[in-house]
Ligand binder design. Structure first.
Ligand SMILES: [Zn+2]
Length: 219
């Protein structure tokens, strides 16, 4: 029997999904990509959101990370040369992205002087998928479809102070090169309760909380 997709838990997994998309990397990380069994649809349905997410975090990260600068240059070149299909919002964002001098403590603002509010619906879809992929990667079983998943990019300070997030932040990090880092806290084996701190390009932090336990504390 073939394995079931770790995201939808319905279709047969006939592909391997890169949990952190390949396009985020300049080159394959030494330890290899994190890959999980997925159906074709789940593997590909968020690719535009993933590109949007990538451009948004690169806008923040280029001030800190040379890798982020090179990935952004490559992405821009791919768009200019037509190697990538132009995809609406990501392109609009890409054209506005410059090394970001303008920050707001409450959210991500892109561009120099001109503030662009991030589309958190798209960003959160990508983050939830990453958390579900990491969950399978770490525990060898999919997170149930009905388990709650709370995610937030560049979290508010009061989220950071919550005990489940603080617990994640105190765990040892796992790195995928200088592109991605995660820290995982889980209070007990066999439950769906986990909390995650996710870092992108040493610059952008996101959090994730799964399961019924603890998530109410964060939300
Ligand atoms: Zn699927």
């Amino acid at each position: 029997m073939s394995q079931v997709c770790v995201y939808c838990l319905r279709n047969a997994a006939d592909t391997e999904d890169h949990v952190v998309p390949e396009g985020f990397f300049e080159q394959a990380p030494e330890a290899g990509y994190i890959k999980v069994p997925a159906c074709y649809s789940c593997n590909n349905s968020l690719s535009r959101d993933e590109e949007y997410f990538l451009v948004a975090i690169l806008a923040e990260a280029t001030a800190h990370s040379q890798t982020a600068n090179r990935v952004l240059d490559r992405l821009a070149e791919d768009h200019r040369s037509g190697r990538r299909p132009r995809s609406g919002l990501a392109v609009a964002l890409l054209e506005k992205v410059r090394p970001a001098d303008v920050y707001s403590p409450g959210g991500i603002y892109l561009g120099t002087g001109q503030a662009v509010q991030l589309d958190t619906t798209r960003v959160n879809r990508v983050l939830e998928k990453i958390v579900r992929g990491l969950f399978f990667h770490r525990f060898g079983r999919p997170l149930p479809q009905d388990a709650t998943v709370y995610v937030e990019v560049m979290p508010e300070l009061d989220r950071m102070r919550s005990s489940v997030i603080a617990a994640a932040l105190s765990q040892a990090p796992s790195f995928l090169g200088d592109v991605f880092m995660y820290r995982l806290y889980f209070p007990a084996d066999g439950t769906d309760a986990t909390s995650w701190a996710l870092g992108f390009y040493d610059a952008v932090l996101a959090i994730g909380v799964t399961g019924r336990l603890g998530s109410s504390e964060v939300m």
